[in-house]
Design a protein around this ligand. Sequence first.
Ligand code: THG
Length: 602
Amino acid sequence: MDIQKKIQEQILFFDGAMGTSIQKKDLTDDDFWGKAGCNELLVLSRPDVIQEVHESYLKAGCNVIETDTFGATRLVLGEYDEQERTYQINKKAVEIAKEVALSYTDKSIPRYVAGSIGPGTKLPSLLHISYQELKNNYYEQVCGMLDGNADILIIETCQDLLQIKAALGGAWQAFTEKRKKIPIMVSVTMETTGTMLMGSDMQSVITTLSPFDIVSLGLNCATGPQEMSEHIRTLSKNSPFPISCIPNAGLPENIGGHAHYHLSAEDMVKHLTPFVKELGVSIVGGCCGTTPEHIAALVHNFSGLAPAHRNIDFVPSVSSLYQSVPTTLDPRPLIVGERTNANGSKKFRELLQAEDWEGMVELAKEQVREGAHVLDVCVAYVGRDEVKDMCEYIERLNTAITIPIMIDSTEVNVIEAALQRIAGKAIVNSVNFEDGEERTRKVFDLCKQFGAAVVALTIDEEGMAKTAEKKFQIAKRLYKMWVEEYKMPPEDIFFDTLTFTLGSGDEEFRKAGIETKEAIRLIKEHLPGAKTLLGLSNISFGLHQSIRPALNSVFLHECIEAGLDAAIMNASKIQPLNKIEPKLRQLCLDLIYDNRIWEETQ
Ligand code: THG
C-alpha cells in the first residue's frame, strides 16, 4: 500500500529507539571496530545486532522501521575517521532493514523502511557549517539510501530550520540525479524551553516548512509526550501536514551518570491517546528509551483507528528564525521596513561603506522598534561586492532579528547567497518580465528550493505597465507561472503594482495613483489567494519633504481600501489620517484622483 495513502487512512506505527536498544546489548570495543560510540558502523561490523533490533520492533507490530543511519553523514562519521564509508553505510543500513521488513510483510501489516537522517553535530544558523556543505553531506547520505531502496526518508531530531532546508535540498538533488522520488517526513525537536534549540517556536516551524513538498511534520526526542502537548495542539490547529509524534519515554533523568527514561508502555499510551483521538496525530512511535513493549502497547491500543478529523486553520505567513508573521494582518498593512536599503537610506549607506555591520544590525533593530513587521534588505552599492555584503549582513540578521527578511536584489546570485543564510521563510524582492521569462524562472527555482515567498513587479518585455488593465494582465501571467508551473502556494506571491510618482507633473502620469489602486483591486478580485504590496514612497518622489509623509499616508489608506496587503515604507513616518490637516488631506486626495479643481479655480 502506498505509504502516503496509508497516512491518510490509518495510524502509522514507527519503531522505538535504536540508540538505547544498542546500548543494552553490552557490545565490546571490537564490535565497533575500536570506534565505540559510532553506532552506524555496526551496520558493517555487526549487522546481526541491527537486524535483531529491527526484528524486535517488527514483532511488536510496527509498520515502519528506521535505519541505523542517524549520524551517517560524512561529517559525523569523520569524527571517527570513517567518512569514506558514508555511502556504503547508508546503502547497507537500508538493505539490512529492507530484508528484515520484507520477511515480516504480509497483507495485514504493511511494512516500510525509513532512512533516518539526523541533525549532525553542526548548526548552520550558528555558522558552524555552511548550507552548501551541509547539503552536500545530506546528498551523499540520501544517495546511499536511494540505492539501498528506502521507502521513505525521515529528517528527524531537527534543531535548526536552516539545517532542515539543507537536508531537503540534498535529498532533492539526489532524487533528481537518480530519477527516483520517495516521500519525506520532517520531525523537529522541541526543547523543554518550548522552542527548537535555535529558538524557533512551533508556528515558525509550520510557516517555514509550509511551502515544501513533505508528507508529514511532527515532533521527536528531547521530551516525553506530556511536554509535547502544546506543540501538538498548535500543529493540529495550524499545520497543513499530517502530524507525527515520536516522543522519548519521558524526560531523561540522570541516574548514576546515565540517562534514564521512566515512562511505562501504559503511560505512553495514556499520554498519546488524546493526541490520536482528539488532535488527529496519524503517525506514532518512540524515540530514546522506548522499547518493543512501548511500541506493542501503541499498536494494541491504536491500530485500526482512523486519525481524528482536524479543522485546520492555516494562516499564510512568513517567518524569521524565531517567529511567524501572517502576511495579511488585521489591521493591514504588513509593514516592510525600508531603511535597511543602501539606495534608500543615507545612514545605512554610510554604515555599509564603513563596514559597520553592528551598526547596520542596530538600524534593523530600530525598525523593529518602530513597528516594522518585515525587513527589506538591499546592499547593492556601486563599487562594492554585493554577494559578499549580503552574506556578511544576513549571517548576522538571521540570528539577531526577530522579524522575517525580504531580500531586495536584482542579482540571482545575491538572492541565492541570502537564501542560503536565512533559516526562516523569507520573501524575495523581486521578479518581473523585463528581460523575459528566463530570469524569472531562475528566481522561482530558488524560491521553490528554499520555500521562499516572492514579490512580482508588473513590468514586462515592453516595460513598466501604466494602466490598471496592463498591470493586471502581467500579474496574471506571473501568477500562472508561479501557481501552475511551479506549483507554489498562491498566497506566497505578492504583486507590486508599481506606481509612478505624482510629483513629476507630467500629463502622462497624473492617473498613476488611480491605475495602481485599481490594479490592486483587480488582483485581489481575480487572482485567488494572491497578496499585494507597494513601495509606498514612490508615489511622492520628487515632492517636497513637507508633503511627502502626508501624500504617502493618504495613498496608503486609499490602497488599503482597494485590498493592499503589504507596504515597503518608513513605519515612523506614517501619519494617521485624522492627524493630517483636512486641507492637506484633501489636496492629497485631489492629487491622487486627478481632480483638477486647483487649476480650474486659479
Ligand atoms: N517595490 C519593491 N521594492 C522596492 C521598491 C518598490 N525596493 C526599493 C524601494 N522601492 C523601496 N524602498 C525605499 C527606501 C527609501 C525610500 C524610498 C523607497 C526613501 N528614502 C528617502 C528619500 O529618498 O528621500 C531617504 C531617506 C534617508 O536617506 O534616510 O524615500 O517600489 N518591490
